[in-house]
Every structure is written in structure tokens, then in C-alpha cells.
Design a protein around this ligand. Structure first.
Ligand code: SF4
Ligand code: SF4
Length: 339
């Protein structure tokens, strides 16, 4: 019959209209702002930063991966440094411009530390169109309890994954330390060259052992001792020679104080500073320098593992991305190490 579908639709509407006076579930609207409906767990709008104990200790390690990955570039991060200018694994500045953010959640997916998550707060209207929606570190910080309150399923899964990862790290912690030879012994009366050898139980393949041993043997070259008639005098004169700072190859600067261990310097500057240094140092300089551990090591550990042949993947540095991967590959190939 002509118009039967129209009548059918109007019957449903009429049923709902009259029924809503008797059954609240028939109402599809609420009287906002007096009434508020809790969003579904999967609802998301803008990111926030998670902390576990207090807002001064965020999970974020300022690795800048999210900053690099954010499509509209609305994240701005500055790395925190201590009084000795050493990088502290926390952001000094972490700003997100919510007016630019497109809620894509890519920052959340890119973060290897579960430090940034999507919020459900939607009442963000502001009368300042320029800075009103520019949210700083303090404004972004939310506790893990808050995260649980808005997204219980997701937060529980994240907690379980973090606990598992922490347990795994604890188990493997002693083995994870790079097998570096012991520091040179203090000058002895007999000016014999201290010999650095790879321990017999070090977990290296024969090729890795050979390379590392070669590297260490180059590092232990000491000026030959001069023959002397008086043994006492010989000891005295030999001592300063033995105390001479070891060759660069023996003591590659893999410390956090190294001039190239600076995430604010670009790759070219870092490589320039490390020019002519031994392979582990060059590899160290090529890293992202945030010690974010996304690769499974800190920057130094990853460089040492690559140099020793224990790690074959040159593309693990997330902050350094393709640029670091290409440089690492070049350095390893130039040193005759296959990757
Ligand atoms: S949600 Fe998307 S646009 Fe917003 S900060 Fe994260 S990556 Fe950037
Ligand atoms: S990716 Fe995660 S840990 Fe790295 S800066 Fe962003 S929020 Fe912080």
C-alpha cells in the first residue's frame, strides 16, 4: 500500500514518544549539561601523560618518538638535564597543542613506554584561541589510577604488560651488561703491558670473539719498557709511563659525558665530534642519544652490542630512525662487520 513504510516509521516514533514518559530507556537524548553520560571506554579525544607515583616522575623518558611521529606536529618536547648537563630521562618541557591535535592516537601507538594515552575529557572550550588549548607537562599529567578509571580494560592490560617486561628485565639484568674488559690496572713496578682478554665464558661466537679480541689487543699497546740498571729507579721512571692515559682505542669514550651524547645535536655534528674515534664510539655517536631503551639497550649498550657483533639489527634506534640506521649500517660495513 502506498505510504505504508511512512506510517510504520511514524508508529515507531509515536511509540517511543509516548513510551519515553513511562520508560527512561526509550529516551535517546539527555539534558546536557545538567545530565552527563559516561563515554564508552573506547572513546578518545586528546592525549595525556601517565605517572605512577607522582606527577614529577612521569613514565615518559623524553625519547621524542611521539614528537617525531605526530602527523600535525603538535607535540613539543625538551629533554631535562641535571646540574652537570647530563640528560635526565624526563621531559623538561612537554607541550601538546590540543587545537592542532587530530586525535589520531599515533603518539600512543608509537610510545614504547606506555607513557602517553588518550583522554576522554571533552569539556575543553576556551576563550583564548591561541594559547588556551596549549597544554603543558603539568596540565597533561594524570595518574595511572585516573587511566584505570576511564579505560579499565586497556589500563589493566598495560599494567600486566609492564609488569611482565619488568620481570623479564630483572631476570636478564646481569647478562645484559656489555662484556667490556676490566679497567686497566694501576701502574705496576714491572712495566708489562696489561693484557685485556675476552673472558673464556663470555657469550660470543668465534667470529665475535676474534673481532673483540683484536679490538682489545689494539687497545693494550704500551710503550716498551726501557732497560735500566737500577731496578728501583726503573720502577720509579716506569710508573709515569704506565700511568699515561691509555690510547683512545683502549678507553673509548662511551660515557654519558661524551660530547656527542647530546640529543640536541644533529647526527652530522655528533659524527663530526666523534671523527677518528674507534668503532664503538662512532656507533655510539650515531645513536639517538636519548637512552630511551626502545632498542632493548641504552645508547652505549646498543653501540657495544653492534660493535661486538652480538646485535645484528642496525635499525633498532627509534629516535634516530632511518638516519641512524643508515649511518650504523655504513659504519659496520666499513669495519667489515656483516649486518
Ligand atoms: S593524537 Fe595524533 S595528532 Fe594528537 S598528539 Fe597524538 S599523534 Fe599528534
Ligand atoms: S614516545 Fe612516550 S616516552 Fe617517548 S617522549 Fe613520547 S610520551 Fe615520552
Amino acid at each position: 500500500m502506498l505510504g505504508s513504510a511512512l506510517l510504520e516509521g511514524m508508529t515507531v516514533t509515536a511509540k517511543n514518544l509516548i513510551g519515553s514518559y513511562f520508560d527512561k530507556d526509550r529516551l535517546t537524548t539527555i539534558e546536557y549539561p545538567e545530565e552527563r553520560k559516561a563515554p564508552e571506554e573506547n572513546y578518545r579525544n586528546f592525549p595525556f601523560l601517565v605517572f605512577d607515583k607522582d606527577a614529577d616522575h612521569l613514565r615518559c623518558v623524553a625519547c621524542k618518538i611521539c614528537e617525531m611521529e605526530c602527523p600535525p606536529q603538535c607535540i613539543y618536547i625538551e629533554v631535562m638535564r641535571d646540574e652537570n648537563n647530563k640528560v635526565v630521562k624526563q621531559p623538561k618541557v612537554f607541550d601538546i597543542d590540543y587545537s592542532v591535535c587530530m586525535s589520531c592516537q599515533i603518539c600512543v601507538e608509537a610510545c614504547p613506554f606506555d607513557a602517553i594515552k588518550m583522554d576522554q575529557e571533552y569539556e575543553l572550550a576556551h576563550d583564548n584561541r591561541f594559547t588556551g588549548l596549549l597544554v603543558n607537562k603539568k596540565g597533561l599529567a594524570r595518574s595511572n589510577e585516573y587511566y584505570h578509571s576511564i579505560k579499565p580494560t586497556e589500563a589493566a592490560a598495560v599494567d600486566a604488560a609492564l609488569a611482565e617486561e619488568a620481570a623479564k628485565k630483572k631476570k636478564t639484568a646481569p647478562a645484559a651488561k656489555p662484556a667490556v674488559a676490566a679497567a686497566p690496572k694501576p701502574a705496576a713496578a714491572v712495566p708489562a703491558a696489561p693484557s685485556l682478554t675476552v673472558p673464556a665464558d663470555a657469550p660470543f661466537s668465534p667470529e665475535q670473539r676474534e673481532w673483540l679480541q683484536k679490538f682489545l689487543s689494539q687497545a693494550t699497546v704500551v710503550a716498551p719498557a726501557k732497560p735500566s740498571a737500577a731496578p728501583a729507579a726503573s720502577a720509579d721512571t716506569a710508573a709515569p709511563a704506565a700511568e699515561e692515559p691509555p690510547a683512545e682505542a683502549e678507553n673509548p669514550d662511551l660515557t654519558n659525558d661524551a660530547p656527542w651524547h647530546d640529543p640536541d645535536k644533529d647526527l652530522a655534528s655528533r659524527m663530526g665530534l666523534a671523527k677518528g674515534k674507534p668503532l664503538p664510539v662512532l656507533l655510539y655517536a650515531a645513536m639517538g642519544q636519548t637512552d630511551c631503551t626502545a632498542c632493548g639497550y641504552d645508547c652505549k649498550g646498543y653501540a657495544m652490542a653492534l660493535a661486538a657483533g652480538n646485535e645484528k639489527d642496525p635499525g633498532l634506534c627509534v629516535p634516530g630512525a632511518d638516519e641512524t640506521a643508515a649511518k650504523v649500517k655504513d659504519l659496520l660495513e666499513a669495519a667489515g662487520i656483516k649486518v
